[in-house]
Design a protein. Sequence first.
Length: 129
Amino acid sequence: MISGERRPAGELEGAVLDALWAAAEPMTVREVQAAVGGGLARTTITTILSRLHAKGVVRRTRTGRTYAYSPAVADPAALTARRMLRELDGSGIDRPTVLARFVSDLDADDERLLRSLLRRPGHGGGATA
């Protein structure tokens, strides 16, 4: 990357989350900084972690005079699902319309997969989804 060039939106958040998902234990800012690499400033990592915490994507616990961070979502799929639900909740459009449009835009394979998932016990689809 050319010096001074901005990274694509979300790239740093993704790198930080990848580091947290790979860790066996909660990580401090310095540990995340070392794991992410790239010569990023500690303040940059702190800002990213603070934003992720505000979004509810990471948890933080006090360890001495600093915080240790851990993911609040299990993996990238859970994060994407969470974002999809947040969009659905905040769309301002009635849910049936949004969901109908979403389903109508799926390709045949994704539609079959969705129907199969909805038929599973505990997903509210019953046997006739």
